[in-house]
Write a protein that binds this ligand. Structure first.
Ligand code: FPP
Length: 245
């Protein structure tokens, strides 16, 4: 079945998901299986990301959030970290070139200050030049869920110290506004390929009611059919949000 037919079939049954998040895991193992350097796995992972981002758009998914680099990933070799940064740079340069064709709003979750100044500038440019587009891709870069929550608490505390906020005002809705994801809905579905079944510090706050789907396929091999399968699993779940049914 072609992509378009699949989209039509899915739409007849269920409306599209609003927000899907993905832990792009398994690039290293994919490369190792082929006797290639880990950076070749990340390059294949970046291709897989392109494919899936396009497919999400075909399905009408408004927000896609991907874990591209965690606060812990700095522990990897300089060569591997540099390889991932080069791929991101290349992707963003392309995205800036094709901005009007792709019509995607690029956002970045994470502390970008540790990235190289040129990459920081590319991120800022991509973000500001794309902000009027509806479909949104969030890249988690130097991102950690705990770090995000601590940062939000610090921002709120700062506003209390400045007299702009009262501690009693704080509730879940207000706290959410201090997170990178302020103003966007929580993901309904979080996918982790590669056979690992961990959260790894990804969207800790936002995943309170997300459905997790863990899949036994390495990220560079992950294609539209796997996304269909994850969405089908999602629709088979019975979401109760703490209520009874
Ligand atoms: C996890 O797999 C993957 C990463 C830490 C990096 C993900 C980055 C990319 C897919 C490229 C980013 C660029 C764009 C354009 C999205 P792993 O290396 O931990 O795999 P392993 O568990 O098999 O070793």
């Amino acid at each position: 079945m072609g992509l378009f037919q699949r989209k039509v079939q899915q739409e007849q049954e269920f409306p599209p998901l609003r927000h899907i998040a993905i832990i792009m895991d398994g690039n290293g193992r994919w490369a190792k299986k082929r006797g290639l350097p880990r950076t070749a796995g990340h390059a294949a992972g970046a291709e897989s990301f392109r494919r899936i981002a396009n497919y999400c758009r075909t399905l009408g998914v408004r927000y896609l959030t991907v874990y591209a680099f965690s606060t812990e990933n700095w522990k990897r070799s300089q060569e591997e970290v540099g390889g991932i940064m080069t791929l991101l740079r290349k992707y963003l340069e392309e995205a800036l070139r094709d901005m009007e064709k792709n019509k995607v709003h690029f956002c970045f979750f994470g502390d970008l200050s540790r990235l190289s100044p040129d990459l920081q500038e590319l991120c800022r440019d991509a973000e500001s030049r794309s902000r009027d587009y509806e479909v949104q891709v969030n890249f988690c870069l130097n991102y950690g869920g705990r770090d995000e929550i601590v940062r939000a608490a610090r921002l709120f505390a700062q506003e209390v110290a400045e007299g702009k906020r009262q501690p009693e005002e704080l509730d879940e809705a207000i706290f959410s506004q201090y997170l990178y994801s302020a103003d966007i809905p929580d993901p309904e579905l979080i996918i982790r390929p590669s056979g690992e079944e961990r959260i790894s510090n990804f969207l800790l706050w936002q995943s309170a009611y997300s459905e997790y789907v863990f899949m036994d396929v390495l990220w560079p091999d992950f294609g539209p059919k796997d996304l269909d399968e994850a969405i089908a699993q999602f629709h088979r779940r019975n979401r109760r949000f703490g209520g009874a049914k």
